[in-house]
Write a protein that binds this ligand. Sequence first.
Ligand code: RB5
Length: 142
Amino acid sequence: MKIAIASDHGGFELKTQLIEYYKKQGLTLQDMGTYSSDSCDYPDIAEKLCRAILSGDVQMGILICGTGIGISIAANRYKGIRAAILYSDDVARLAREHNNANVAVFGGRTMTKEEVCRRMDIFLQTEFEGGRHQRRIDKLDK
Ligand code: RB5
């Protein structure tokens, strides 16, 4: 499975840390920017990553801005994208089990690296349950 990661300047440091964390485990995250801490606009960042998922180039994404809010709002405007802010370990699991989330969202200024790495591991290890949840997801994209 290919996973892309992208952030605005508010998430740049955390993005760098997450890339390093998974590199040590042998997993390369596809870095879609931003590539410095210079100010940029989160809708542009979300668009690039969401289009990569919708085209099938990558299967999952990680998006980071200062709070996670702006970039998740932007991502969820794309039909077929289900972006979830993983604000707890339980939510990291439920976002996969119930929502089949394909984008994990974090706040670079509101979450620690340890929390984010742990929640991302849970997210990647959890399968979608299907069933009644599939029916609900189908309604999102109608
Ligand atoms: C950028 O300063 C900040 O507004 C952005 O990263 C994000 O937190 C917006 O929701």
